[in-house]
Design a protein around this ligand. Structure first.
Ligand code: NDP
Length: 332
């Protein structure tokens, strides 16, 4: 008889009322895949918060084991790419949305979704980065592909105290950028300065409806917030600059005008982590090895256990989580 393990299961009744339970599962319960992984670490992203609270339709298969990120060890493999004992990392690919995910002691996954755990990181460190941090890296890479360099001027980072924002600040500062951090939590200014922010601005400056074009304040932006904030970031970007947009913490609308695009040649760069091709993921993770200071990663990361996931998921949707959360899955 195979051993059981604990899992978080999100279900819906006939009236589509959502419930969240801690259940015991066995390997036979897991969904199809060619690689079985013992989950050693995971994280709580904003999207995981939405899945567990049901605040947005993240879950598209019921019932669901949420959790979009995991790191662990392969226990069984029908794929030539991985063998038992290999340390692996997974971010996205619809895991935790349409395929049972990370909030369980074991996961069965497709080999195509997995990449080797970078040797330089432990499972908990890599989950301290997680999808949020890897997306921050993708945003910086998008700005670089556009030709942005530290000499061009400041870079604004919105949602600065969040997962994407805090990792983006640490990376950009290490690369030599002058970082302007936009936050609704000015009491965390010291934390943001330690990460490398040169200036802190109140997010209220950006979150209300603004003018089509404003003073040129920054050469580039990393935006995890969307809505009026993204519109105002675009309106205050210097001639020829670029903004990488990856999030919707304020809203998924974009109440902007075309003025920054047609009068200043500003570029809006969309960033998706979930379906990003493998080559770009591998590049992002190898860049994280070199461009994210481990001391800063430790400062950003709070480590919790399996039993704390549900409470943390609610807190992240209320903007109450600072930086990143890594989950030690021992005991799941
Ligand atoms: P967090 O909750 O950790 O951070 C979001 C931050 O946004 C908060 O900490 C807060 O920062 C700010 N914020 C929250 N609510 C508002 C609001 N109403 N108005 C303005 N600012 C607000 O989330 P993550 O960093 O994990 O994710 C950020 C966004 O990026 C989410 O929308 C997420 O879905 C998206 N995302 C997208 C990915 C992709 O593939 N495109 C991948 C990963 C994330 P502060 O307190 O400093 O103001």
């Amino acid at each position: 008889m195979s051993e059981t393990f604990r899992a978080i299961l999100v279900s819906r009744d006939e009236e589509k009322k959502q419930s969240v339970d801690i259940v015991d599962l066995g390997e036979a319960d897991l969904m199809e895949g060619d690689v079985t992984v013992k989950v050693e670490a995971t994280t709580v992203n904003y999207k995981d918060g939405l899945a567990i609270t049901g605040k947005s339709p993240v879950v598209r298969h019921w019932p669901m084991v949420p959790g979009v990120d995991l790191a662990g060890t392969v226990t069984k493999s029908e794929s030539g790419e991985f063998k038992p004992g290999d340390k692996v990392l997974l971010n996205g690919w619809g895991v935790g949305e349409t395929h049972w995910g990370a909030y369980a002691g074991m996961a069965r996954l497709k080999a195509d979704w997995l990449i080797p755990l970078p040797r330089e990181f432990t499972p908990l460190e890599v989950m301290g980065i997680g999808t949020a941090g890897y997306t921050a890296m993708l945003c910086v890479m998008a700005l670089e592909r556009h030709g942005v360099t530290p000499g061009d001027g400041p870079v604004v980072v919105t949602g600065a105290n969040g997962g994407v924002g805090s990792v983006a600040i640490a990376i950009l500062a290490k690369l030599g950028y002058h970082v302007i951090a936009s936050t609704g939590r000015p009491n965390e200014a010291d934390f943001l300065k330690e990460l490398g922010a040169a200036e802190i601005i109140d997010r209220a400056e950006l979150s209300e409806p603004g003018r089509p074009l404003g003073k040129e304040r920054w050469a580039a932006g990393v935006d995890a917030v969307g809505s009026h904030t993204l519109a105002n970031v675009l309106a205050q970007t210097k001639y020829g600059g670029a903004v990488a947009a990856c999030g919707l913490a304020q809203g998924f609308d974009l109440p902007a005008t075309v003025m920054p695009f047609i009068l200043r040649g500003v570029a809006l760069l969309g960033v998706d982590s979930v379906m990003a091709p493998k080559a770009r993921r591998l590049e992002a993770w190898s860049r994280l090895v070199t461009d994210l200071d481990k001391g800063k990663l430790a400062a950003i990361t709070t480590t919790i256990g399996f039993d704390d996931i549900v409470e943390t998921a609610t807190a992240i949707t209320e903007g109450k989580v600072r930086g990143r959360v890594a989950v030690d899955m021992i005991g799941a």
